[in-house]
Design a protein around this ligand. Structure first.
Ligand code: FES
Ligand code: FES
Length: 173
């Protein structure tokens, strides 16, 4: 037996029937067909399923579906403009080599978005802290941190892009 709930998904008001045992991840992928949010561990360990609920990055595999009633949910699908223009974070991941197999990418980007919405000039340490719950098996993380740091302001002309930033980031590869 389900319960009708209303919430906002990627800027659109929705009313859906949600069963008690459904997670937000199940609702998004299996019921609403939003496959951008990935399932990795299914137990809160990998961050592949990260979405933003009321401004906070959450693991949707652990988030009870019924608890989104009245809340604002943003998934990776909500970042791209209707005309296909990528969000600055998405562009920066592409331009800075922050994507290899891509499985972790939606979760990484949603964790990064929650951080940058709160702290647009987040430091390298703050970026690493915000992404600490997101596992990537491919990139070695340095390019991902670079991509987040330079979202919306490319290396050229960026005041942070002195030798220390570049060598520190490169040193982790
Ligand atoms: Fe949710 Fe891994 S699938 S944290
Ligand atoms: Fe493959 Fe991160 S790009 S897991």
């Amino acid at each position: 037996m389900g319960k009708m709930i209303s919430f906002v998904l990627n800027g659109n008001k929705m009313a859906v029937e949600v069963k008690d045992h459904w997670t937000l991840l199940y609702l998004l992928r299996e019921e609403l067909g939003l496959l951008g949010t990935k399932e990795g561990c299914g137990s809160g360990e990998c961050g592949a399923c990260t979405v933003i609920v009321d401004g906070m990055a959450v693991n949707s595999c652990l988030f009870p579906g019924l608890e989104i009633a009245g809340k604002d949910v943003v998934t990776i699908e909500g970042l791209t403009s209707p005309d296909g223009t990528l969000h600055p974070l998405q562009k920066s991941f592409v331009e800075n080599g922050g994507i290899q197999c891509g499985y972790c990418t939606p979760g990484m980007i949603m964790s990064a978005k929650a951080l940058l919405d709160e702290s647009p000039n987040a430091t390298e340490e703050e970026i690493k802290h915000a992404l600490a719950g997101n596992i990537c098996r491919c990139t070695g993380y340095a390019k991902i941190v670079d991509a987040v740091a330079h979202a919306g302001h490319p290396h050229e002309g960026c005041p942070d892009c002195g030798p220390s930033w570049r060598s520190e980031s490169k040193g982790e590869e």
